[in-house]
Design a protein around this ligand. Structure first.
Ligand code: FO1
Length: 316
């Protein structure tokens, strides 16, 4: 049966489940709305890490060991840049640089990020709809204890997530608009999947774009989130560290509680089965399964389980 699914995704973890969904659904059934809060200007280039991670992953071009950037990269340009005294902390491979040059060229011509993404997907053979959360710039700033306010990439890559966070700001989000197609996809969705991305800085920016949270609330379709935290640890990235620094016990329950009434269902790992009752008491239906995606088969399996869960919740 046709099932219109919208997946909200950020970086590496989100891209894996988005990939699983793309393997199980037909292209017409899947829209992926991607965080652009990590976007920044660097070396005169406009860089959109989460859009690139999702597209590279779905196109089979991703570097599977880092999760970001391209497989089979070479680093000649960056090496030359370094020799000449340029900043090399943000690692840009030669093929990846080609993408950033072309995206920057098109943006300077006045093309919108959503149009450019659609074109790149066509070239790469990514058939489902991949949309930035907004075509407006909404850069994420990270408030830290000792180093003031850092841009996201400064915090995440340059400072390697060491500074202790006290909060986040999505600059200009109040003035931003969902990218063309986002609200329509949410309104016709039979299921919305919040992928296992960082709730604070990957999913948070998407939900903060005016109209998106409202569209979720306005559609009776179930909203199902997959926990990015297993056994108190983030599978990848600083999500658990951020919870702890914000005074919240990192756990599957904390993530379910974070999204709260937005959720119909919550998918979390067998390791955290003990949290089933507290999660159920939030009024959220639980699905306990193996949520660690180590292979493409895992991605496909988890995606299928989420879709079946969504079906049950819709029928409930
Ligand atoms: N992450 C790193 O930890 N180090 C890097 O040097 C790095 C380079 C990079 C280049 C292109 C790209 O699309 C992503 C890149 N990332 C790097 C990951 C990126 O910072 C994160 O994927 C997102 O911003 C958060 O998910």
């Amino acid at each position: 049966m046709a099932m219109n699914v919208v997946a909200l995704a950020g970086g590496v973890g989100g891209a894996k489940l988005a990939h699983g969904l793309a393997l199980v659904l037909t292209p017409e059934e899947l829209t992926i709305v991607v965080n652009t809060g990590d976007d920044f200007q660097h070396l005169g280039l406009y860089i959109s890490p989460d859009l690139d991670t999702v597209c590279y992953t779905l196109a089979g071009l991703a570097n599977t060991s880092t999760g970001w950037g391209r497989a089979g990269e070479t680093w000649q340009a960056l090496e030359t840049l370094g020799e000449l005294g340029g900043p090399t902390w943000f690692r840009l491979g030669d093929r990846d640089l080609g993408l950033h040059l072309e995206r920057t060229r098109r943006l300077k011509q006045g093309q919108r990020l959503s149009q450019i993404t659609r074109h790149f997907c066509k070239v790469w053979g990514v058939q489902c709809q991949v949309l930035p959360m907004s075509d407006d710039s909404v850069p994420t700033w990270v408030y830290t204890v000792n180093e003031g306010e850092l841009t996201f990439q400064e915090y995440f890559v340059h400072r390697q997530c060491h500074p202790h966070v006290t909060g986040f700001r999505f600059e200009g989000v109040e003035r931003s608009h969902p990218a063309p197609g986002v609200l329509a996809a949410l309104q016709r969705a039979d299921l919305v999947v919040i992928c296992p991305s960082n709730p604070w800085v990957s999913i948070g920016p998407i939900l903060a774009v005016p109209g998106i949270r409202q569209a979720l609330g306005g559609n009776p379709a179930p909203v199902v989130a997959v926990s990015p935290i297993i056994g108190g640890q983030a599978v990848k990235g600083p999500a658990a560290k951020m919870y702890a620094e914000l005074g919240i016990q990192p756990s599957a329950f904390s993530v379910a509680n974070h999204y709260g009434s937005l959720l119909t269902g919550f998918v979390f790992d067998v390791l955290d089965a003990v949290q089933e009752n507290p999660i159920t008491e939030l009024g959220i239906r639980p699905l306990i399964t193996d949520t660690l995606m180590k292979s493409t088969q895992d991605r496909r399996r988890l995606a299928r389980e989420v879709l079946i869960f969504g079906d049950e919740l819709r029928g409930a």
